[in-house]
Ligand binder design. Structure first.
Ligand SMILES: *Cc1c(COP(=O)(O)O)cnc(C)c1O
Length: 388
């Protein structure tokens, strides 16, 4: 009997139970405790940065990044449309307006269009980028490293510098991905822009159940963000608060899980990479389908695999349905954000490729505990359905 093969599930075979038990036995279960410090230090050292701040979620990390980027009510932020909606919602939390950008063939932000938009649709005066159409100031750009691929950061950083934009890297799907060539060789996703946000949600490459992490170019920014994430306490004895803070700190229990998970990260990436190339080999010979590549100048974390069907929507949905009958879970790419109810009135700029990839990409099982046999079963099922 065939077992169910899920899309992406946690892999908890390391020191997770041991460390969580330790945290419980020490009776440090809340937002203080040794594992929080340890997890932050371990992540910082892995990413080769000075420090990191553990948060309640990736979304919280993104929200804090925008606050510290001085995104305020009535400002605008450039965002991708082809991504998970949590990359964009924090713009609304700040009372700001998103402007939706297209993706390129790597599924990350189209930097040619980004540059074009800044050049043609905006004025740059006194260090401020003003949207000609709305008269509002554009403060930042949120760049998502989709599925573990890396966006074109060298272009993005040039554009951001020219137009005085803060760069928030949404690296929630890309922990472990780094450049192997170019100006940022050796640098990890999330460590190039002004802020980098990571997520440890259940489906991410490592998990704390729910949780996130934030890094920043400036230590001052990072300290401020930590202060804001812990209720903005200015006096610990008398409870004096000079600003409105947030309850965004990670708990010691989550951090204990995360510490154990991080020990396994490189192992997970190795398995994911092997399975990715096995899928490529097994599906390579079928006409009209393709596993999307990761960028060449990148060591990806191979988080999610994208099967591209250069055909109709119907075939995509048919494939998903048929695979599900074979107890294989797959999923279409996210609903485009500019088409979602809260964002229907938002500004968009020449969105084209996102529409195409939205209709043609299916994510296939990619868990780090997926066996070779399971990859073969998925590939065989896909083949049978498509060649039917
Ligand atoms: C998972 C994810 C987030 C949100 O992370 P949470 O930890 O679930 O809040 C944000 N952006 C993208 C692109 C994601 O995939």
């Amino acid at each position: 009997m065939n077992e169910f093969i899920p899309l992406s599930v946690p892999n908890l075979k390391g020191n997770e139970l041991k460390y969580v038990t330790e945290a419980v036995e020490a009776e440090w279960v809340s937002t203080g405790g040794a594992y929080i410090d340890r997890f932050e230090k371990d992540i910082a050292s892995y990413l080769k940065v000075n420090s990191a701040v553990a948060c309640q979620s990736g979304t919280a990390a993104l929200h804090l990044s925008l606050i510290q980027s001085e995104v305020e009510s009535g400002d605008e932020v450039i965002v991708p449309t082809l991504t998970f909606i949590a990359a964009v919602n924090p713009v609304k939390y700040c009372g700001a307006y998103p402007i939706f950008m297209d993706c390129d063939d790597s599924l990350t932000m189209d930097t040619a269009k980004l540059r074009e938009f800044c050049e043609n649709n905006c004025n740059f005066n006194y260090g401020k980028l003003i949207n000609k159409k709305t008269g509002r100031t554009i403060k930042a750009v949120v760049v998502v490293h989709v599925f573990g691929n890396l966006a074109n950061m060298s272009e993005i950083m040039k554009i951001a510098k020219k137009y005085n934009l803060k760069v928030v890297e949404d690296a929630t799907e890309a922990l472990g991905s780094y450049y192997t060539e170019g100006p940022y060789k050796g640098m990890f996703a999330g460590t190039i822009g002004d802020f980098g946000a990571y997520s440890f949600n259940g489906n991410k490459i490592i998990t704390t159940g729910g949780g996130g992490m934030l890094v920043a170019k400036s230590d001052e920014d990072l300290n401020k963000v930590k202060y804001l994430s812990t209720q903005a306490k200015d006096d610990l004895l008398y409870y004096i608060h000079d600003e409105v803070g947030y309850n965004y700190r990670m708990t010691n229990l989550q951090a204990a899980l995360g510490t154990a998970q991080l020990e396994k990260l490189e192992e997970f990436i190795k398995v994911k990479k092997e399975n990715y190339f096995l899928y490529k080999e097994l599906l390579g010979s079928i006409d009209g389908v393709k596993i999307l590549d990761f960028n060449e100048n990148v060591r990806s974390n191979y988080w999610f695999y994208s099967l591209l069907l250069d055909s109709t929507k119907l075939r995509r949905d048919e494939l998903i349905k048929e695979l599900s009958k074979n107890k294989i879970q797959t999923r279409p790419i996210w609903g485009l954000i500019h088409e979602q109810k809260p964002y229907k009135e938002s500004e968009t700029y020449r969105i084209k490729k996102a529409l195409y990839y939205h209709d043609t990409v299916v994510n296939i099982p990619c868990s780090s505990n997926l066996s070779t046999e399971e990859v073969c079963r998925v590939a065989k099922s896909i083949k049978n359905i498509l060649l039917k």
